[in-house]
Design a protein around this ligand. Structure first.
Ligand code: AMP
Length: 281
């Protein structure tokens, strides 16, 4: 495994691989890798000859009062995990390499990015689409793997990829969870034991909604009311949103859901830790 920090080196490497007829897969991450990230690597491995994992804590997707400076940075451990997982190249540029002084071009998806995360983190998706567009241009992958854990991110990137004709095959990986149901996340490191127990209610609320749909419930208001009620019983947990949206457009579903097409998405503060989770209904 090789670690690359320079954009030009990464570009010439993948250009060479492409001319040799090798298929290249990209797994974009912000590091602090866990089993969820590594499950994306496994999926990439099955689909391509050469797997590139990018590790980059992207400053442009954090708001001014968000956790950019305290976001966990553990590159040595990430490199070891990638090596074990059979990654071929880790692309780990620094912020100046990606956004040199005077940088002024951004990619904005104007529709899917607006609700949910977009409403409470206004500049977030502009940063995500910008960095993913740059990564697509730098790595020129045949396919890229993203997690359903970030359902709106997947929808926004799929749209950007189509609108801007990147021609990258977007593969969506299921959410990996701890044995008690908590969705794996780099931000789980911030949780104390007590907060972690409280955080489980996000998954419990989603599971309840899935159960209700399995038993025939279709009404959006009933599903949201039940999930909200469950979460409301937890003192440390404050709901940012509990929404049922179309899984492709992220538009709110009105009235009744069509099973398989809707996603229940939840964002909540557990004390000062912001967590998101979702399930397809
Ligand atoms: P991040 O490092 O948080 O930006 O995540 C990098 C990629 O890993 C994104 O495509 C995420 O959706 C995905 N990911 C994060 N957590 C999980 C998880 N628990 N299961 C599957 N994929 C995940």
């Amino acid at each position: 495994m090789q670690t690359i920090t320079s954009i030009s080196e990464m570009q010439s490497l993948t250009e060479r691989l492409r001319t040799q007829g090798q298929r290249v897969g990209l797994v974009p991450t912000m590091g602090a890798l866990h089993e969820g990230h590594l499950s994306l690597v496994k999926i990439a491995r099955k689909n391509v000859d050469v797997v590139v994992v990018s590790v980059f804590v992207n400053p442009t997707q954090f708001g001014p009062s968000e956790d950019f400076t305290k976001y966990p940075r553990v590159l040595e451990a990430d490199l070891a995990a990638c090596e074990t997982a059979g990654v071929d190249y880790v692309f780990a540029p620094d912020a100046e390499e990606v956004y040199p002084k005077g940088y002024s071009t951004y990619v904005v998806e104007e529709h899917i990015a607006k609700p949910l995360e977009g409403a409470s983190r206004p500049a977030h998706f502009r940063g995500v689409t910008t960095v993913v567009a740059k990564l697509f241009n730098i790595v020129r992958p045949h396919c890229a793997v993203f997690g359903q854990k970030d359902a709106q991110q997947v929808a926004v990137i799929t749209k950007m990829n189509a609108d801007l004709n990147f021609g990258v095959e977007i593969i969506i990986a299921p959410t990996l969870r701890e044995s008690d149901g908590l969705a794996m996340s780099s931000r789980n490191r911030y949780l104390t034991n007590t907060q972690r127990v409280e955080a489980l209610v996000l998954n419990q609320a989603l599971r309840k909604a899935v159960e209700m749909v399995t038993s025939g419930e279709r009404r959006v208001d009933r599903l949201i009311a039940e999930a909200t009620h469950l979460i409301g019983q937890h003192r440390r947990v404050r709901i940012i949103y509990v929404s049922i949206v179309d899984r492709l457009t992220m538009e709110a579903v009105k009235g009744e859901i069509t099973p398989g097409k809707a996603v229940m998405a939840i964002a909540a503060w557990v004390d000062e830790v912001r967590l998101i989770d979702n399930e397809i209904l």
